[in-house]
Each structure stands twice: as structure tokens, then as C-alpha cells.
Design a protein around this ligand. Structure first.
Ligand SMILES: Cc1cc2nc3c(=O)[nH]c(=O)nc-3n(C[C@H](O)[C@H](O)[C@H](O)COP(=O)(O)OP(=O)(O)OC[C@H]3O[C@@H](n4cnc5c(N)ncnc54)[C@H](O)[C@@H]3O)c2cc1C
Length: 436
């Protein structure tokens, strides 16, 4: 076992978990290589579901994958811990001490040796140093944060319901800063929650008592997507009584309000930061590896870091060049999924002395889901390179297929079919919103 080539993947997210699954199935099972996944958490939830967990329209427990159980089934090893450093000369990475929720040390600092290292640690929201953002905003970077958001939201509704009963002022102001896909989809999810919760006992409150705003610094929402999509999304949000404030940079976030660059103060009891991303800060301190201003590891088109051909990076934490473009590959689940596929081929080739495969991002389009109301998006024609606008049920079907593709990569087609059936049964058995 010790003589086997050791591939260590750090980060079991949208890209990393798909990669270790295929490596385990192909190389680990036949004992051609030893595969290890390191993650700071015990379970995986696909990150694009987090805003649904936050609003309560999805029960995370039913969608969680336990790394240990998954590792056993797919022939890789799992190490719980947070990567904190790297010794490239000795080819060892450092895992910080693991502590329980009370701060007591469970496992001390450790080192793991590797022959090939893949870093896939994702990203977190980037508040660009906006005063007050860290202290007064909620973030949706992890399952823990999404669950905390859900609890705070239920309590806020409960409080406002009580105030309505007392006959006092009871408007709940919720503001989302950043109108990229995450911010826009979250706004629609929150509108759904504001309509559903009164049905489940908070009947002194009405959806109109919940004021939801999305703020965007660029002159239109969804600035990275085609203008037509942005216009359709604005119409849909306004139809759902969500206030859209585009071209309005935020200069400060206070406990119960937001100060705009022009000095206007907007009341906001719950403020969510969903603008921009940056990779984890520790990447900037890894000896000798090149990072950009967002802490992303700069990689070649082969996903190899520019300074070390034995270290690869993929997903949100990698700045990967694209041919014919001065922009790196965008930070999306779709990109992480495709990079995991390419890297799988490269790592199999490497064991046989073959070459690394260059990564070419294939943009299949973008879909924005407005909770159970509607979905809009554009699909890219592979041959024509043109985009086709879609909306409604067809768009929703494509949107849902993204998550199913991730599940197929992790569980195979048959088990994904069974999971789909169980989801349908669970929907029929449980309330439409998670109420605790
Ligand atoms: C609310 C929300 C909605 C989104 N919706 C969409 C969408 O609809 N479509 C789309 O394409 N993209 C969407 N995205 C973006 C998408 O989720 C990311 O692009 C994608 O998850 C990136 O995959 P990844 O593998 O790079 O990282 P992640 O999926 O973020 O996984 C990173 C993993 O690394 C682990 N980790 C982090 N630091 C360490 C460390 N130091 N040591 C060990 N482990 C570590 C984490 O625990 C995590 O498991 C959304 C993002 C959010 C937040």
C-alpha cells in the first residue's frame, strides 16, 4: 500500500468530491493508486443548494453525503481536517488541529504526504472590506451558515408575527447585497417563505409585511449574464414584489440599516452578503505558489499550478486561463464539474507516464431559478455557439438536471434514480417548508 502513488485531494465540494469518486472507482478499487480526500467538514452538500437550505425550501439532512460512508463505497480514504500549510520540498501538507464545538482539541496538527496534490477548497463571499459587513451581514458559504440563516429567519418571522398581533409596526426588512445568481435566487426563495409561513401558523403576518430588496453595484442585476436574462430576471423579481436596486454601491453595513454610496440609509434587519467571491486566505501563504488578488491559485490550462507541476487546483479556488479570452474560467459548479472530469483523465494518464490534458471550459449556459415560481435562462448551442433563451418548465427541467448530474457523478445512474424517487415521496409527506 505504501508504495502506491498517493493522490491527495483537499476539498470535497462540487469538483473535489466528483474527482475522488471517479479516482477511487477507477484507481483505488484496483489498487493502482492510493486516493485520499481531506475536508474540514464531515458531510457534503452541493453548494448551489445552500440558498434553498437557508430559506427552508430544502431539507439539507436529506441531501447530505457522509464522506466516511461515501469513501468506503468508492475506494478512497477520508481525513477530517482543515489544510493550513504546505511543505513542497518534503511533499507534505499540514492539517490544523481538529477541535470540537467547545474548542477542545480532538486531533493534534498532522502532516499528510502526497505524490500528487489537488487543491479544491472553493471560495467564500468577498465583502471587499466594506465597513460593518463582517459583523452585520449573514453569509451563505457553508451549510452551517445556511442553517443559522434559516433559524434566524424563522425567529424574525415569529417576532414580527407577534408584533402584528400586538398591533405595532411589524415590517421585516430583508436586504440581499449582490444580485448575481445567488442573490437573485435567494430573493425568490425568501419571497416563497414569506408566502408560506403564514399558512403554517404565523397568520398575523402577510407576505406584504416582508420587504425584500436586492442591491447591485453594477448598472443591472446578473451583470455577468446576457442583458436579456437580466431584464427577464428584473421583471420576475418585481412581479414577486422584490425591490431591485441596481447601480447602487453600498458603502457601509450597520446592525439594522445599510448606508449607500450616495448617503441614503435603508432599514434592514436581516442583511445577506452575496456579492463577489474570494478563495481562502491560507492559499496566499502556501510557499512559492502563485495566487491572484482573490487568493485563487494561478494554474496553467492543464490545471497545474504555475510553480509546481505536481500540485493541481480546480474549481472556485483556481484561476484557470481560457483560450481566446482574457478572463479566467468563471467560478461555477458547471466549471468545477468539467474540471473534475478533465483532471480525472490527466491523473490516470500520469500514472502511465502520459501527458496532462488541457482544460477547455464548455459554457452550456446559465439558468436562474425563481423558487417554485419560474426559471429563466440561456442555453448555448454547442455547434453554433449562439445562446437560446428559455423559461418556464423547460428551463426548470434543465436547472434541476444540473444537480442530478452531480448526483450521477457521485452515486451512479441507478442510485440517483432511487434518490429522485425518495425525494418525491419525501415531498408528499412533509410540509413545503422546513419549519424548525
Ligand atoms: C448559494 C449559492 C448558490 C449557487 N448556485 C449556483 C448555480 O446555480 N450554478 C452554478 O454553476 N454555481 C452556483 N454556485 C457556485 C458553486 O456553488 C461553486 O462554483 C462550486 O460549488 C465550486 O465548487 P468547488 O469544488 O470549487 O468548491 P466547493 O463546492 O465550495 O467545495 C469546497 C470544499 O472545500 C472544503 N474546504 C474549504 N477549505 C478547506 C480547507 N482549508 N481544508 C479542507 N477542506 C476545505 C469545504 O468544506 C468544501 O467541502 C452557487 C454558490 C452559492 C454559495
Amino acid at each position: 500500500m505504501d508504495n502506491l502513488h498517493h493522490i491527495v485531494v483537499v476539498g470535497g465540494g462540487a469538483g473535489g468530491l466528483e474527482l475522488v469518486t471517479s479516482l477511487g472507482n477507477k484507481l483505488g478499487k484496483k489498487r493502482k493508486a492510493r486516493i485520499t480526500l481531506v475536508d474540514s467538514g464531515l458531510t457534503h452538500v452541493w453548494k448551489p443548494l445552500l440558498h434553498e437550505v437557508a430559506s427552508g425550501s430544502l431539507d439539507a439532512n436529506a441531501n447530505e453525503i457522509n464522506y466516511r460512508a461515501h469513501a468506503r463505497k468508492h475506494h478512497y480514504e477520508f481525513q477530517l481536517g482543515r489544510m493550513s500549510g504546505l511543505d513542497r520540498a518534503a511533499k507534505k501538507l499540514t492539517i490544523a488541529p481538529f477541535r470540537d464545538e467547545d474548542g477542545a482539541e480532538v486531533v493534534p496538527e498532522r502532516h499528510i504526504s502526497y505524490d500528487t496534490l489537488v487543491i479544491a477548497v472553493g471560495s467564500t463571499a468577498n465583502d471587499f472590506g466594506t465597513p460593518g459587513a463582517q459583523d452585520n451581514c449573514l453569509f451563505l458559504d457553508s451549510l452551517k451558515q445556511a442553517r443559522r440563516f434559516h433559524k434566524l429567519m424563522l425567529n424574525a418571522f415569529l417576532r414580527k408575527n407577534h408584533e402584528a398581533l400586538q398591533g405595532t409596526e411589524h415590517t421585516l426588512n430583508i436586504t440581499i447585497i449582490g444580485a448575481g445568481a445567488t442573490g437573485v435566487e435567494l430573493a425568490a426563495e425568501l419571497r416563497l417563505a414569506s408566502r408560506e409561513l403564514p399558512v403554517y401558523g404565523m397568520n398575523h403576518l402577510q407576505a406584504s409585511d416582508v420587504s425584500i430588496s436586492v442591491i447591485e453595484a453594477a448598472d443591472r442585476i446578473l451583470p455577468a449574464l446576457p442583458a436579456r436574462l437580466s431584464a427577464a430576471a428584473t421583471r420576475e423579481l418585481e412581479h414577486q414584489k422584490v425591490r431591485v436596486l441596481a447601480g447602487q454601491p453600498v458603502s457601509e453595513v450597520r446592525e439594522t440599516s445599510i448606508i449607500m454610496k450616495d448617503g441614503t440609509e435603508l432599514p434592514s434587519e436581516m442583511t445577506i452578503w452575496a456579492a463577489g467571491i474570494k478563495a481562502p486566505a491560507f492559499l496566499a501563504d502556501l510557499e512559492g505558489l502563485e495566487v491572484n488578488r482573490s487568493n485563487q491559485l494561478v494554474v496553467e490550462q492543464t490545471l497545474q499550478t504555475t510553480q509546481d507541476a505536481d500540485i493541481f487546483a480546480l474549481g472556485d479556488c483556481a484561476a484557470c486561463p481560457q483560450p481566446d479570452s482574457d478572463r479566467p474560467v468563471p467560478p461555477r459548479a458547471q466549471a468545477a464539474h468539467q474540471q473534475a472530469d478533465t483532471l480525472f483523465k490527466t491523473l490516470c494518464n500520469r500514472l502511465d507516464g502520459g501527458k496532462a490534458v488541457p482544460f477547455v471550459y464548455n459554457d452550456h449556459g446559465s439558468l436562474i431559478n425563481f423558487s417554485r415560481y419560474t426559471t429563466v435562462g440561456n442555453l448555448m448551442g454547442n455547434l453554433s455557439g449562439r445562446s437560446m433563451y428559455i423559461e418556464g418548465k423547460v428551463a426548470r427541467l434543465f436547472y434541476l438536471s444540473l444537480y442530478r448530474m452531480h448526483q450521477v457523478a457521485l452515486h451512479g445512474v441507478l442510485r440517483t434514480g432511487i434518490i429522485w424517487l425518495m425525494d418525491r415521496i419525501s415531498r408528499a409527506m412533509h410540509p413545503r417548508l422546513k419549519l424548525h
